[in-house]
Design a protein around this ligand. Structure first.
Ligand SMILES: CC(=O)SCCNC(=O)CCNC(=O)[C@H](O)C(C)(C)COP(=O)(O)OP(=O)(O)OC[C@H]1O[C@@H](n2cnc3c(N)ncnc32)[C@H](O)[C@@H]1OP(=O)(O)O
Length: 412
């Protein structure tokens, strides 16, 4: 008999978490704090498990999310997370069955897209997801940056100060809310995210408490937040510390520059691991020697699955005015159809049409294009989109692409 897929309730939580932790190779042990937390926040309607002879062998959850699109609007997203199938039950269709149920429910709810961070690239394309934002992680060799070792703080009139968790709790959410509409690909950070980031929930143990730093503008406004940890090493009695960025959010370029410069000037720190940054982060070019910031990872990050094409394309703004007819293929049927996009820098309308198509593409490719990061011309060259009218790909590129690349600074 095949495992039963059903909603998860509070009594299932320990077994459900054990199954997830086992598949994520985090060890089969679940702490009381984990159980208490997940029991409290569990949304049974959106939490699935597969059970075989009473034992949980697969997990899946989704939650409501807001995704920023170009122009600063937020669209409702079905954020998919905690996807696991036990190694004993893999490749029998359990993920496909759970995904099918969740996407159906999301479509019925009226979500515009589904989102996720894919563990491995090949898993989710088959369900209509496309990689929509990328990240780059840099390792900075501090002595080679060419920065002046006499640096004594920002010269722009702003200031950088250490802060405690209480100050971050007070200032961080408002700062993030100011930044969120300015960058496509950002998602909302709820109260729970901040509680977890600040270590208030007793999860993610053992925890190294980060150093928090705030940047204030010359007018005294909190425009930047940095959280980092340091691994302090002294081989041969020489300092060789490595700082790891946990969170760096800035509302202005001045704040961003000041926070990077601060971190790159902390005595005893010879290496900075930036974590996952935007692929067009200011960092390398802030340095007299940009090559000192060596990319150590460059990969897809947030994947987007369109569920409602008119809602998605009419929510965003465009680089130039133009009209395009898109023929979208979606085997699951949610986003299938031909759509007339009449768009410009101030907004757009998108409606079903019977006019001849300019571009034909699968739903996942539309997900890849939706936030402005990919080139239609490149997708056509790859055979992943078809140009039905000469010049349509070039026009689509000018319309769809954004000045700064979309970035999701968040993992979920
Ligand atoms: C959003 C997140 O949570 S990302 C985290 C994803 N989880 C993990 O990576 C944890 C470890 N891996 C697993 O738990 C499982 O292997 C999963 C969840 C990735 C896949 O679950 P399964 O139940 O084996 O998937 P299912 O049997 O439904 O596979 C459907 C199809 O996807 C393919 N597929 C599934 N996983 C992978 C993979 N990692 N790489 C390539 N193809 C894959 C299958 O071969 C199958 O292809 P087919 O339709 O051509 O036959």
């Amino acid at each position: 008999m095949s495992p039963e897929i059903r909603h998860v309730n509070v009594p299932d939580v320990p077994d459900w978490l054990r199954a997830a932790r086992t598949a994520f190779l985090q060890g089969p042990v679940v702490t009381d704090a984990d159980i208490a937390y997940h029991s409290k926040v569990l949304d049974p309607e959106r939490s699935l498990g597969a059970f075989d002879e009473g034992r949980c062998v697969a997990t899946f959850r989704s939650f409501p999310q807001q995704l920023t699109v170009p122009g600063g609007a937020f669209v409702p997203a079905d954020a998919v997370s905690l996807v696991t199938v036990a190694a004993t039950h893999r490749r029998r269709g359990l993920l496909s069955a759970m995904m099918g149920r969740d996407l159906r429910a999301a479509k019925e709810r009226g979500d515009t897209v589904a989102t996720l961070i894919s563990a491995e690239y090949p898993i989710y394309g088959r369900y209509g997801f496309g990689p929509a934002t990328w990240v780059t992680q840099f390792e900075v060799d501090v002595p080679r940056t060419g920065l002046d070792r006499r640096y004594a703080g920002p010269g722009c009139g702003g200031r950088v100060d250490f802060a405690d968790a209480a100050a971050v709790r007070e200032q961080g959410p408002a700062l993030y809310e100011r930044v969120r509409p300015t960058r496509p690909g950002f998602v909302d950070r709820d109260e729970r995210w901040w509680q977890r980031h600040l270590g208030e929930l007793g999860l993610d143990l053992p925890r190294t408490e980060p150093y928090y730093v705030l940047y204030r503008s010359p007018e005294g406004r909190v425009d930047g937040l940095l959280a980092y940890t340091v691994k302090d090493r002294w081989p041969g009695k020489l300092p060789q510390g490595t700082a790891k960025v946990k969170n760096l959010v800035a509302a202005t370029p001045q704040a961003e520059r000041a926070l990077w410069h601060f971190l790159l000037s902390v005595d005893w720190v010879l290496t900075v691991d930036t974590g996952f940054r935007a692929p067009d982060d200011l960092l390398p070019l802030l340095l007299p020697e940009p090559r000192a910031a060596r990319p150590v990872a460059h990969a897809d990050h947030l994947w987007v699955r369109p569920l409602d094409v008119p809602a998605l394309l009419s929510a965003r703004t465009y680089g130039t005015a133009g009209t395009l007819v898109l023929d979208v293929t979606d085997p699951a049927g949610y986003a299938d159809g031909r759509f007339l996009l009449e768009a410009g820098p101030d907004g757009a309308s998108c409606t079903p049409t019977t006019r001849p198509a300019d571009l034909a593409l699968d739903v996942g490719e539309l997900g890849t294009l939706a936030l402005g990061d990919e080139s239609v011309t490149r997708l056509v060259a790859l055979g992943r989109a078809r140009e039905e009218r000469t010049g349509a790909a070039a026009l689509a590129d000018i319309m769809l692409r954004t000045a700064r690349r979309p970035w999701c600074p968040h993992s979920f």
